[in-house]
Every structure is written in structure tokens, then in C-alpha cells.
Design a protein around this ligand. Structure first.
Ligand SMILES: [Zn+2]
Length: 438
């Protein structure tokens, strides 16, 4: 077992030392020196006049090392950012969805992915909430991203039984996934939340209550999932639902049993800035710049993620001494309602204070208020009233609510398209459809 993984598993308190400024700086300087192995960074750091030995503090690092943008990585192409060449080590390629213009190439070596898996398995969430007795249905994508592959490896290492199905593929279209869930009776479902809602609706079409399946944990990934929607999803299956989220380019945050996203700060350094470029306080929303410090195939320094996050350093009740984070969305997804800045995920969080069982919703932001369409089966009048009341209370704006049959906004029986679809339409700013997720 890797030393870090061992420490994480047996002595998590030591992470406080690993997160001291001195240790973080040491890791960052090592990451800079290593990044010279890539043609892209050798050029970029030379042009910026970076001298690693002149970096004495974290502020020096923040000020002297230039940020790296998504556009730069797309432009560099699939090979220039590599520190390891094909042939030197076994490597695996993946890329971002390209929703925001061009695919960012992402590489890992086999050793690096195995190390990450070792770390992940050592985390309490996988230690406490999974056992070799579990049967895990994996409906994450197996191609383009490393989600399915990583989940497979984590599950293999944990010794559980795996049903690899993937998502958005013709081998396991949603109906086939549901047939398989019914036949094999898994105890854990790894799935994008929207797909999990879709499977529940296919079950309900067949007159089967999803709680009868016996699933006790759902781990959602690859799309933003507000905490109230996670709770509703859990209620639908009669289980706990957690959200695992991150950015392909820099790594993922891992939820604890309280569904709080913890940052693996021993492998990643996160800076958060306000709009004016000053540093955000803990708990304050800002733009994140992230340096993964543990890369082998493809070093990345000070990556401008484009995400708006809040970093919290107060202790989580779960006891894990790692900072936690909330991800709100991208700057371009920001909406202004009644003089208040709000992200789609926050609208979703208000919406799902009501129990909604359909897979899809759409919120249209208009000057006269919100128009909300939701897919739901069951009693509508009370739900309608509750949703309007929650939005009025939270945002001070009126809303109209249309409750429609599941399948009206999006056909959950079909294989979902490769590109993300929109749930929020902003008519006030003229942005139109706001695309989030994968
Ligand atoms: Zn926690």
C-alpha cells in the first residue's frame, strides 16, 4: 500500500501536518520542477521567467507561476503537455466533453491511476460504506472519461462484485439496465443522478416500487447534484445518495457519509479568488485555480477551472481532516434574479425541497418571474403550491409551475445524447439555455 494511502486509512490526523504551508510549498515546488518535462510547461515557464528556487512562500507561488487556461491546453494538443512519452510508460487517454469549446486532452499513467485508486479506497466513505459483500451496478461512462474505469478499479480493490454497464451506450440502454438491476439485485448503484431517476421511472412504469430493489447506496457523479435533489433521489430508492464531483482536468472531490465534498488537499492545491482578483475568505464564493501536485503523465500548474466554488476549512462532523468544498457552477452560468446572483444548482436546491420523482425539470427565468416545468407522477396540486411557496420565500419572485408526465421534457427510456442538455433557460440576460454537467 502506498504510504499516503496507509496514513489516510490508519492515521488521518497526520493529514493536518501534510496540509501545513511548509509541506504544501514543498509539493508545489516539486510539481513545478517536474512540469519542465513537458514541452508545453518548459516553454511557458521559460517565457514567464519562473525560477523555482526563488519561490519561498505560497504567495510567491501564486504570484510568480502564470495560470494555465483550458484554451491553452486545447491548443497545445494531445501530446505537448505530456511529461512522459508513449512507450516510456503505460498510459491512458481521456478528454473533456468539449461543452465549452474544444476537448482538453487528459492523460494518466497506469501507476498514477493505481495510486489514486489506492488513495480513494483508503477514504472512510469507501471503507465504511462498502464491503466485499456488496454488489455494485456501475452506470458511469466507460469511454471518454475515466469515471467508469476508475470506479471499476476502486471496486475491484475493495473486493466487491461488479456489474459494469456504463451509460449512454447501446449495449445497456436504460430498459436493459433496469432488467439487469431486477435480475442481479445490486446493493450499490453508481450512476449519474439523472440516469438513476430515469431507472426509477422505468421501474414505476412497470408498477415496481424502486424501494423494493434493495439498493442501499447511490453514488452519483458527472453532473451537478444539489443536496436536496440527492435527498429526494435517496428517498425515491429508500437509500442514501451521495454526490461525487470534480473536474476531469484536476481531479475529483470525494463525499463523506454526510454528502460533504472533501478535497484531497494532500494531492491538490486550491486557490480561490474574488472577481477583483483578491483572495476569497474561507466559505466565500470565488473562482478556483487548482494545481494537482501528484501528476505523472500530464503536469498541470495553476489551472483556471472556470468553476465558482466555496472552500470551507471548518471541521466536518465526519471527522475527516480535509477541507470541504461546494461547487456552484461556472461564471457563465450565473443568473441574476430579483437583484440577487444565483447559480442553477441553487435553483435546483430550492426546487427539490419538494419531493419530485420525474427525471427532468426546466426552469425558465423571465422578467415577470420563473416558469417551472417538472416531470412528476402523483398528486400535483400540493406539489405545485409547495414549489411556488419555496421560490417566493427564497427569492421573492412569483413562479408558475407546470407539472407534466415523466418523459415529456426528455425521454428517459432512450439512450441520452452525448452532450449535456439544458435545465435552465435564462431569458432575462439573453443567455438562453444554460448547459451544465456531462
Ligand atoms: Zn465530511
Amino acid at each position: 500500500m502506498d504510504l499516503k494511502a496507509y496514513v489516510l486509512k490508519k492515521h488521518p490526523g497526520l493529514l493536518r501536518y501534510a496540509n501545513s504551508d511548509k509541506m504544501v510549498l514543498k509539493r508545489l515546488k516539486r510539481a513545478i520542477k517536474y512540469s519542465y518535462k513537458s514541452r508545453f510547461y518548459a516553454r511557458k515557464l521559460k517565457d514567464a521567467g519562473v525560477v523555482p528556487d526563488r519561490i519561498k512562500t505560497l504567495s510567491d507561488f501564486n504570484e510568480m507561476v502564470p495560470p494555465t487556461t483550458r484554451e491553452e491546453l486545447v491548443e497545445a494538443g494531445p501530446y505537448d503537455t505530456l511529461a512522459v512519452r508513449p512507450g516510456e510508460k503505460c498510459m491512458i487517454y481521456s478528454q473533456t466533453s468539449g461543452t465549452t469549446g474544444g476537448h482538453v486532452p487528459l492523460w494518466v499513467t497506469r501507476d498514477e491511476i493505481e495510486r489514486s485508486v489506492g488513495m480513494a479506497v483508503s477514504l472512510p466513505v469507501f471503507q465504511d460504506m462498502m464491503s466485499p459483500k456488496d454488489v455494485v451496478a456501475l452506470c458511469y461512462p466507460y469511454t471518454r472519461t475515466l469515471a467508469g474505469r476508475m470506479a471499476d478499479m476502486i471496486n475491484q480493490k475493495r473486493g466487491v462484485t461488479i456489474i459494469p454497464m456504463g451509460t449512454r451506450n447501446n449495449m445497456y440502454p436504460p430498459e436493459e439496465v433496469v432488467d439487469t438491476l431486477l435480475r442481479l439485485k445490486p446493493t450499490i448503484l453508481g450512476s449519474v443522478a439523472t440516469d438513476a431517476f430515469s431507472y426509477a421511472n422505468i421501474l414505476m412504469d412497470r408498477g415496481i416500487d424502486p424501494t423494493s430493489l434493495g439498493i442501499r447506496l447511490i453514488v452519483s457523479g458527472a453532473e451537478p447534484l444539489s443536496s436536496s435533489r440527492a435527498k429526494v433521489l435517496g428517498k425515491l430508492y429508500g437509500c442514501r445518495a451521495l454526490s461525487l464531483l470534480g473536474q476531469n482536468e484536476v481531479g475529483v472531490a470525494i463525499p463523506c457519509r454526510n454528502n460533504v465534498l472533501h478535497l484531497p488537499s494532500f494531492a491538490m492545491y486550491t486557490e480561490v479568488y474574488r472577481e477583483d482578483g483578491t483572495k476569497a475568505d474561507p466559505g466565500e464564493k470565488g473562482h478556483s485555480i487548482v494545481t494537482p501536485t501528484w501528476r505523472e503523465a500530464q503536469p498541470i500548474l495553476r489551472y483556471v477551472t472556470g468553476d465558482v466554488i466555496a472552500l470551507h476549512d471548518d471541521p466536518c462532523p465526519c471527522g475527516l481532516p480535509l477541507p470541504s468544498m461546494e461547487i456552484f457552477g461556472r461564471k457563465r452560468t450565473l443568473i441574476r434574479i430579483n437583484g440577487r446572483d444565483i447559480y442553477p444548482i441553487e435553483l435546483e436546491d430550492i426546487l427539490y425541497r419538494s419531493h419530485i420523482n420525474g427525471p427532468w425539470y426546466r426552469i425558465t427565468v423571465r422578467s415577470e418571474g420563473l416558469h417551472i416545468e417538472i416531470e412528476h407522477r402523483g398528486k400535483a396540486a400540493e406539489l405545485n403550491e409547495g414549489i411556488r411557496r419555496n421560490f417566493q420565500k427564497e427569492l421573492g419572485v412569483p413562479s408558475t409551475v407546470d407539472i407534466v408526465e415523466p418523459g415529456t421534457l426528455y425521454d428517459y427510456r432512450e439512450v441520452r445524447p452525448g452532450k449535456a442538455l439544458s435545465r435552465v433557460v435564462d431569458e432575462i440576460s439573453g443567455k438562453g439555455e444554460i448547459i451544465e454537467g456531462a
